[in-house]
Design a protein around this ligand. Structure first.
Ligand code: ADP
Length: 159
């Protein structure tokens, strides 16, 4: 039987417990989940793409049906290259819906076979985003409840 592969794209700058919650849920439903860091040269970031990939790999160590990668260019092209047509996204609140709806619709226009599957995180992570983590880190606040310990350490090391 054909393996059900899904791609979970994002900035992951840095990975949070919210992302990990979504990945865990997706990995229960799909045979393989590829977590793909989007290379966005125009966007200012806290961590480089290799650093983000490394932090994700460490957070997901030992999970057999999850891999971590990065990609440049259009998501639809990357998805085709990976021989799948499923994209995973997370929905925190209704506020995410408009943006996610737009991306999903555009991707479907570019590639009609693509399906975007949305997962809801645990309620306690529904307010959490990488930008919240970066803002707290900027003011030297405690991010230990929001990201894995090695990510919190890497954030401290950035200052
Ligand atoms: P952000 O910088 O907002 O965390 P990313 O580009 O890294 O965003 O997010 C990739 C995907 O993960 C998006 O679909 C986003 O909505 C989702 N996501 C991010 N944080 C969470 C969370 N706490 N709970 C659920 N989904 C999330």
């Amino acid at each position: 039987m054909k393996k059900r592969i899904a791609v979970y794209p994002g900035s992951f700058d840095p990975v949070t417990f919210g992302h990990l919650d979504i990945i865990e849920r997706a990995a229960k439903i799909f045979d393989h989940v590829i977590v793909a860091v989007f290379v966005h040269s125009a966007k200012r970031s806290m961590f480089t793409v290799p650093e983000r990939v490394e932090m994700l790999k460490r957070a997901l160590k030992g999970k057999k049906n999850i891999s971590v990668d990065c990609f440049e260019g259009l998501l639809v092209d990357y998805v085709k290259k990976k021989k799948t047509d499923v994209v995973i996204r997370g929905l925190r609140a209704i506020s995410d819906l408009e943006y996610e709806f737009q991306i999903a619709a555009v991707n479907r226009t570019l590639y009609s076979r693509i399906e975007t599957v949305f997962f809801m995180p645990r309620v306690r992570y529904s307010y959490l985003s990488s930008s919240v983590v970066r803002d707290i880190a900027h003011f030297r606040g405690d991010v230990s409840k929001l990201v894995p310990a090695h990510v919190a350490k890497a954030i401290k090391g950035k200052k």
